[in-house]
Design a protein around this ligand. Structure first.
Ligand code: E4P
Length: 218
């Protein structure tokens, strides 16, 4: 399963890329607004692409098809790794179709139902992003959506990749893996939580204490 980092914070992206842990990055206007103040967003996207060396989702801010297509072309021209992120609206689906026809990769975002995911696949999206955590936030079963989309895409052979998004904790990531999501995007905090286990810390402390008895170094 591909791991994407859900952030526009370059320091966090570099930290994760150092051990080759991430396959790509997803951003959205809210994440950009946290770090891009006073910076040219195009420059930031370019730098993120260079660090990651894989797909970087950059979202349009227009809401009508023509504006989204124009913004999508501009974003795609920034770097070969850019994936144009479009909202799952009627205009977003139309813009997706146009951009895909031009060979531009797309991530159709803000997906909250299996019917929406079907239309994203029909429009030729490279990725669809079901927002698991935001469904859980309103007492729904976010992971059920990932399960349903996997089943529908497999039933009919759609090759749109399922990018489980809005993941808030390690269990979300593990369940996404178990359900066959193609990729999971997560905040840096969740990525590092995946690496931790108290038995690892305890075991390491015990090994080091025992080594001290030798009274020598390597
Ligand atoms: C994914 O593409 C989105 O940027 C992100 O996962 C949304 O997460 P949130 O619901 O925690 O804001």
């Amino acid at each position: 399963m591909k791991i994407f980092l859900d952030t526009a914070d370059l320091a966090e992206i570099r930290r994760a890329a150092e051990a080759n842990l991430i396959d790509g990055v997803t951003t959205n206007p809210s994440l950009m607004s946290q770090v891009a103040k006073g910076r040219d967003p195009k420059e930031l996207y370019r730098e993120i692409c260079e660090v990651v060396g894989g797909p970087v989702s950059a979202e349009v801010i227009g809401t009508d098809k023509e504006t989204m297509v124009a913004e999508g072309r501009k974003l795609a021209a920034i770097h070969e790794h850019i994936v144009v992120k479009l909202p799952l609206t009627e205009d977003g689906l139309k813009a997706c179709r146009t951009l895909v026809g031009e060979g531009i990769r797309t991530n159709v975002t803000l997906c909250f139902s299996v019917s929406q995911a079907l239309l994203a696949a029909k429009a030729g999206a490279t990725y669809v992003s079901p927002f698991v955590g935001r469904i859980d936030d309103i007492s729904g079963e976010g992971m059920q959506l990932v399960h349903q989309i996997r089943q529908v895409y497999d039933n009919y052979g759609y090759d749109t990749e399922i990018l489980a998004a809005s993941l808030r904790h390690p269990t979300h990531v593990v369940e996404s893996m178990m359900l066959g999501a193609d990729a999971a995007t997560m905040p840096p905090k969740v990525l590092w939580q995946l690496s931790r286990h108290p038995l690892t810390d305890n075991g390491l402390a015990a090994f080091l204490k025992d080594w001290e008895k030798l009274g020598t170094t390597l």
